[in-house]
Design a protein around this ligand. Structure first.
Ligand code: SF4
Length: 283
């Protein structure tokens, strides 16, 4: 494809939180031979497979733990799970990202100050499950306002936080709708901005690139929240596809396109991004 320009977003790919976790896990596996992680390190198959080869094995549930060292992933976990691990006399390597930790602290402090907490996030996502754990029975997590109505909760003091990787526009819209519905009945509302600045920066750079590209390719895991958000925000601007590896690129997407934009989720390994760029440039 003659004269095709392939351009990377100004900010993309592996974030400092995941890089730090990988470093810690590699060092620990190196020292002790093998360690386990509670859930996958990040929502990216390539990354998880590379770490398995270095002795970092994911388990889905504490009951499956075979070793004496268990790592908490960047997504963090609840205080109840931490206590359960300690009760099993398993040593914890905690790689919770400090931005997630900040959100956990916000949830905890809101509850301690007498607030109910609404979390704007996917209740099935491991980070959100952990955040809910820090609210005791005072939290509810959803992406859907209707679910909040049906929960029957009408607190007099309400705290609002977000899953760290949500888009800013969606969080603002959620808070705005919430204010419309419950605002007049409520005594006090506190909104804590728990969004991740790295994710926000990557989303803004993706939008900027999508505006001048004829096609966007997002490289990341299909189960990665932030990779899916990159697709969501680029799609209204230009045709956008999500791939996990360069092999998944369909060359028919490129026909007649001279400017292809590339971005990547926060858990996408650098090599996967470079492989994609090499493949597109070789065409
Ligand atoms: S995306 Fe943000 S919150 Fe998540 S691990 Fe990376 S830096 Fe931390």
């Amino acid at each position: 494809m003659k004269n095709m320009k392939v351009e990377k977003a100004e900010k993309l790919g592996l974030c400092f939180g995941v890089r730090r976790a990988i470093k810690l896990l590699k060092e620990t596996a190196n020292k002790y031979g093998e360690i386990e992680t509670l859930g996958p390190v990040a929502h990216n198959r390539l990354l998880v497979e590379a770490l398995v080869n270095l002795g970092v094995k994911p388990i889905n549930h504490l009951d499956q733990a075979q070793g004496k060292i268990l790592a908490i992933t960047t997504h963090g976990t609840s205080p109840a799970v931490l206590s359960e691990i300690r009760a099993h006399h398993i040593h914890i390597i905690d790689t919770t990202c400090h931005i997630v930790r900040k959100a956990q602290n916000a949830a905890k402090e809101l509850v301690e100050a007498g607030f109910d907490v609404f979390i704007f996030g996917d209740a099935k996502h491991s980070e959100v499950k952990g955040l809910l754990g820090w609210t005791g029975d005072k939290g509810i997590a959803t992406l859907n306002m209707k679910q909040l109505y049906s929960s029957g909760k009408s607190p007099s003091r309400l705290g609002i936080i977000s899953q760290t990787t949500q888009t800013r526009s969606a969080f603002i819209e959620f808070a705005r709708q919430l204010m419309d519905v419950v605002g007049p009945k409520i005594e006090e509302i506190r909104l804590v901005n728990t969004l991740c600045k790295v994710t926000q920066g990557q989303q803004e750079a993706a939008i900027k690139l999508a505006r001048k590209s004829q096609l966007m390719i997002v490289i990341g895991g299909g189960n990665s929240a932030n990779a899916r958000h990159l697709v969501e925000i680029c799609s209204p601007l230009v045709e956008t596809h999500l791939v996990e590896t360069a092999d998944e690129v369909d060359t028919s997407w490129l026909v007649g396109r001279h400017h292809i934009g590339i971005t990547a989720g926060a858990s996408t390994p650098d090599e996967a991004v470079e492989e994609l760029i090499d493949k597109l440039r070789s065409l």
